[in-house]
Design a protein around this ligand. Sequence first.
Ligand code: NAD
Length: 251
Amino acid sequence: MRLDGKVALITGGGSGIGQAAALQFAAQGAAVAVLDLREEAAAETAALIGKADGRAIPLTANVTDAAQVQDAVARAAAEFGRIDVLYNNAGIGSKGSVAVAEEDDWDLAMSVNAKGTFLCSRAALPHMESGSIINQGSVAALVGVPNFAAYCAAKGAVVALTRSMAVDLAPRVRVNVICPGTVYTPLMEPMLRARGDGDLEAGLAKTVVKYPIGRLGTPEEIANVALFLASDESSFMTGSVITPDGGMTAQ
Ligand SMILES: NC(=O)c1ccc[n+]([C@@H]2O[C@H](COP(=O)([O-])OP(=O)(O)OC[C@H]3O[C@@H](n4cnc5c(N)ncnc54)[C@H](O)[C@@H]3O)[C@@H](O)[C@H]2O)c1
């Protein structure tokens, strides 16, 4: 039980990597607050945890809305007494290079990925005596991913924010960022389809060649890294940028 007695709040916990992390954290003994924009998605993850005899509550909030975030975090803290682990996982993709990207698309990518990380951290900190904040970056913060300009910029901001938070919050709270390579989830499907000119299989094939390990990642493989950062096993780590990416950024 690597998270025995801990309380975790996971944003974007209703799907993909966030759902995998919620299930793993709960299986390792954490009580989990599952926050998502989509009420039914948060409820589904919380129900899956409940069926496996874990403890979870669903929370509905938009991470870009300070009042909603404040309210959701307060409900998590009231239910479980405090917060030990915050996984700022909620994120959204974007469309196009700088030459064609829409201003609204830019604002949304920056708002969900970067501002959401700020707002959730600010709301959670008063409830964290100590513990671990895990931010969700991407390889897109570290290399140029074609036609993903706003997303690359937003995830770059998350990496820089992580370092700033790590310095400001040490030694009370550790803050690290995970920069995964491509994982096949609902978030990535439009990007993969666009890369294949509308053909998902072609898009997947074009993507896999960039991965020395010869395949895309799974949500569980990224959740494994989050579990390590959430646990006391990573007690000497703060401000680190971790890249579970199948070797994508090693080339
Ligand atoms: N899938 C990948 O290849 C990949 C790679 C690198 C980084 N990431 C990052 O991992 C994180 C999770 O991605 P995923 O692939 O599991 O995506 P996903 O789309 O499967 O899940 C994201 C979840 O976040 C929720 N969400 C979106 N906007 C929200 C908002 N404003 N407020 C609250 N919840 C919101 C969605 O409802 C969804 O349930 C994201 O930050 C993403 O950028 C994903």
